[in-house]
Design a protein around this ligand. Structure first.
Ligand SMILES: C[S@@+](CC[C@H](N)C(=O)[O-])C[C@H]1O[C@@H](n2cnc3c(N)ncnc32)[C@H](O)[C@@H]1O
Length: 467
């Protein structure tokens, strides 16, 4: 039988070293390698040389297998037809210059891909006919007549897999069709991740882009609702957290809690179960800091995660605390400018709350007296001026801190809560605290010349001080 592979001591019909370079194999160290139609084992020897953990070669020629065993005794060689593939899974399977010998070429590819580990690759080196049609083309060679695919046929044959054209292979003397190298692997299902915050249009994209393309859309909100209401099964701890925290208006907060409680993997498994191994678009808000975990969980489960990012159109709401601060600032400005009075119709019914109030606390620290309480002015509004008499001195104060007193608002049915005051003033040093506070008189009003009654201490205890 003619010598096919080339070794240092003997040249063959094929340029084995150049072919090896063209194959562009992945790193083989620690991998399981299978060469189908291995001939004298040139490529198996290379795999062992690279530190592959298991190296197996099969060929139906007894002569080639016998030579291969002698050349590379540390590899496993079996004389068998490729109708039967040796047991086990392989990280790299090579089928070089042999596919055209198979009776059903697509079927051989299918059976080899089936034996790949999840990330494994089938390295195909094959002749491709340069014709535009989609066909298997019978090619007469010196020795026989074989079928070779056109590029379109190869593309169709490899459609169920992920594959990449790597490059041209060697040109052997008398080759009727140019050879190419193609790497083929299992096609992982895609998990298109739409994880942006609420209001970004995730559900619209899922419905308008993925559903028409036949890709299932898994709605995280819907699933969470079903688990929270006991209509879908989930691990007990996840079910309990979702049920306890559930509100359709703050699912985003609930999801954050799920991840903080370490239950993210259970939630992702739930989404995965819904997709059932097929391509799917996941429509659910996941906080940025947990995206990497979601991607790695899906990748471990055999998916190819594709995280989609896009900007939000239009204006965004302010963070809630900023909105609240701004609203209060505006209202305070209305209060301070006396706007309430200006807006009152002339014939407004006299339902005003009478002037009243209390001192809740008066504290003397060093020479600073701080007084806190609440007051309604004689016009029924929040006071704009405070008149304080203490230690024989009178102070008229219009710049003081307003405090929100929801209790006072509730109690008197006031239109807002800004009836609290807090004022600090310097008092003469040396005076005893108790004595000084006994002289304290505070009145609140809407103007310097319009003051309400002297305010009492809310409780005797509130009158406190340090000397
Ligand atoms: C052209 S050679 C290629 C050898 C090697 N793959 C290389 O590229 O150097 C084809 C090889 O496939 C083997 N072969 C052909 N049909 C086979 C079959 N049905 N089962 C196993 N081996 C087969 C042949 O014995 C031969 O060694």
């Amino acid at each position: 039988m003619a010598q096919y592979q080339s070794f240092p001591e003997i040249g063959g019909d094929s340029l084995s070293l150049d072919k090896l370079k063209a194959l562009n194999l992945p790193d083989l160290s620690g991998r399981r390698f299978l060469d189908v139609g291995c001939n004298e084992g040139f490529f198996c020897g290379f795999a062992k040389f690279q530190g592959a953990e298991r190296v197996v070669g099969i060929d139906h020629s007894a002569l080639f297998i016998e030579r291969a065993r002698r050349r590379f005794p540390e590899c496993e060689f079996y004389r068998q037809d490729w109708q039967e593939i040796p047991a086990g899974v392989f990280d790299v399977i090579l089928l070089a210059s042999s596919l055209h010998y198979a009776e059903d070429q697509a079927e051989l590819i299918r059976r080899l891909v089936e034996r790949l580990s999840p990330d494994g690759v089938l390295v195909l080196e094959l002749g491709i006919v340069q014709l535009m049609k989609n066909d298997w083309v019978k090619v007469e060679r010196g020795i026989d007549e074989r079928l070779f695919p056109t590029m379109a046929k190869l593309r169709e044959t490899l459609e169920p897999y992920a594959w990449k054209w790597i490059g041209e292979s060697v040109l052997q003397a008398g080759d009727p069709v140019p050879r190419h190298v193609v790497h083929v692997s299992r096609r992982r299902p895609f998990a298109y991740l739409l994880l942006q915050p609420p209001g970004y249009g995730k559900s619209t994209i899922a419905k308008s882009l993925f559903l028409p393309a036949g890709v299932a859309a898994v709605s995280g909100d819907e699933l969470i609702l079903q688990v929270a209401t006991g209509r879908k099964e989930a691990p007990a701890s996840l079910q309990a957290l979702l049920a306890e925290d559930f509100s359709p208006f703050r699912i985003d907060q609930t999801i954050r809690k799920v991840f903080e409680a370490g239950l993210g993997p259970d939630l992702v498994a739930l989404f995965r179960r819904e997709a059932d191994g097929a391509d799917f678009a996941l429509d659910v808000y996941i906080p940025d800091e947990h995206h990497a975990l979601v991607e790695s969980l899906l990748s471990q489960a055999g998916y190819l995660p594709v995280t989609m990012r896009w900007g939000k159109a239009g204006m965004s709401p302010m963070p809630q605390e900023v909105s609240a601060r701004r609203a209060e600032g505006y209202f305070l400005a209305l209060v301070e400018s006396g706007h309430g009075e200006a807006g009152l119709p002339a014939d407004a019914p006299a339902t005003r709350v009478p002037a009243q109030g209390f001192i809740d606390e008066a504290v003397l620290s060093d020479d600073l007296l701080t007084i806190r309480g609440w007051a309604v002015s004689e016009t029924g509004e929040a006071p704009r001026v405070l008149s304080v008499r203490v230690g024989g001195q009178a102070h008229l104060i219009s710049a003081f801190e307003r405090q929100a007193r929801a209790d006072v608002q509730d109690y008197l049915g006031l239109p807002h809560a800004l009836f609290g005051y807090r004022v600090s003033l310097a008092v003469p040093s040396g005076a005893g605290a108790e004595k000084l506070l006994e002289t304290l008189e505070l009145r609140a009003g809407s103007a310097e010349n319009s003051m309400g009654p002297v305010l009492a201490f809310a409780t005797p205890l509130a009158k406190s001080g340090r000397g």
